[in-house]
Design a binder for this molecule. Structure first.
Ligand code: NAD
Length: 351
């Protein structure tokens, strides 16, 4: 953050005490408001967005207090991300010099907000030069997804609730009409009703099982079916899985069963579409604090365990998942297919 962007202006002079005055200065940075108060007896305060950040006292006079607190403010904005920056940073695309996926066009399904794994994927694909089509669940979700789609310069932005008949077909029709081809598709959605997800697998009701499998697994199969005719020159299909498909992970329950089916579908579809140059992968990220994850009880404990046990001693980010996924869409990965790629700091290899 450049210090020069802080321009302090006198705001108003407030009378305080017997003839004493407290002077107020304000500066703004993006959408953030910084305020300094200085008193003639050498006391000063710094507030950012109304919250007190620093306080000095015992200085000679107002001028000295102002200098001291101004320095603190400048150092603070140099080393901290302010609210407006955080907002922009989270929707900013990483700067990547090599446009390794230039000319490729793909569909990203599953962006709910800027914590979504699908958003991490979309950012990476776009940063590598690909064009992306983006979907949103419904009108309620649209306002969160729209600014992200704009940042991605997505030429196709459409609703897709997989429970609404015809919506997935409409997305593929539009892609066919507008692009005439598809190079990659990312399926990053899952759903299980609470009573199915939060109970034992042995107790799961039939409708809960059916919904979980339908949204979390069958829709990927359907996406592959609709993508196939558009991938005449080959392509790559991705879905998101989790380690709970292979091992019993506390609280993952029926979703583990659905992910096992999903990974198996990946292998069958990879075998079926491989001769056409279409590759198929499951990506298996370590735990990430997303909205979907908030439905899993004791998720914080899962995060702590992942960090402590993973050889990398680190949690993964959506950007880590995004670049690994984008790599597999590159022609350099043309002979890798049917894989479940763990992006988990190596957690899955440890007992
Ligand atoms: N967060 C994790 O720890 C983690 C780890 C491994 C795998 N995953 C998987 O990653 C994928 C993405 O989840 P996330 O963690 O980014 O959470 P998220 O909540 O950001 O994304 C889940 C998405 O599923 C979409 N969705 C749910 N029902 C839908 C429907 N009927 N029609 C269309 N879309 C629907 C939601 O709109 C949302 O965009 C999921 O498959 C999840 O199981 C998550």
């Amino acid at each position: 953050m450049a210090l020069a962007t802080l321009h302090w202006k006198t705001d108003e002079t407030l009378a305080v005490g017997k003839g004493a005055t407290v002077q107020q200065f304000v500066a703004s940075l993006g959408g953030d408001k910084l305020e300094i108060d200085v008193a003639p007896w050498g006391e000063g305060h710094l507030r950012i967005n109304g919250r007190e950040i620093a306080h000095v006292e015992g200085l000679k006079d107002r001028r000295q207090a102002f200098r001291a607190i101004k320095e603190i403010a400048e150092r603070y904005v140099e080393t901290h991300m302010l609210k407006s920056e955080k907002k922009n940073a989270s929707i900013a695309l990483p700067a990547v010099k090599a446009k390794l996926l230039e000319g490729k066009k793909g569909l990203i399904v599953g962006i709910a907000n800027e914590s979504s794994i699908a958003w991490g994927c979309a950012k990476a694909f776009r940063a590598f030069g690909a064009e992306v089509a983006v979907t949103y669940l419904n009108d309620k979700a649209k306002k969160f997804v729209e600014p992200l789609a704009r940042a991605l310069e997505a030429p196709i932005f459409m609703p897709l609730d997989v429970n609404t008949p015809g919506q997935m077909e409409a997305v593929f029709e539009r892609i066919s009409k507008e692009w005439g081809k598809l190079d990659f598709a990312v399926h990053s959605i899952a759903f299980s009703p609470k009573d199915a997800l939060q109970g034992r697998v042995v107790d799961v009701p039939r409708d809960g099982f059916a919904t979980t499998m339908d949204v979390s697994c069958w829709t990927f199969i359907r996406m592959a079916h609709l993508a196939e005719p558009l991938m005449r020159k080959g392509g790559t299909l991705f879905t998101m899985s989790y380690y709970g498909s292979q091992m019993v992970v506390k609280n993952y329950n029926i979703m583990g069963v659905a992910k096992a089916a999903l990974e198996c579908a990946v292998r069958y579809i990879a075998a079926e579409l491989g001769p056409k140059g279409i590759r198929v992968h499951a990506i298996s990220p370590g735990p990430l604090a997303t909205r979907a994850a908030s439905g899993i009880p004791e998720f914080d404990a899962l995060l702590d365990r992942a960090k402590a046990k993973a050889p990398a001693r680190s949690l993964v980010s959506i950007d880590d998942v995004g670049v690994a996924t984008a790599f597999l869409a590159h022609d350099a990965a043309r002979l890798i297919t049917g894989e479940t790629l763990y992006v988990d700091g190596g957690y899955h290899i440890i007992d």
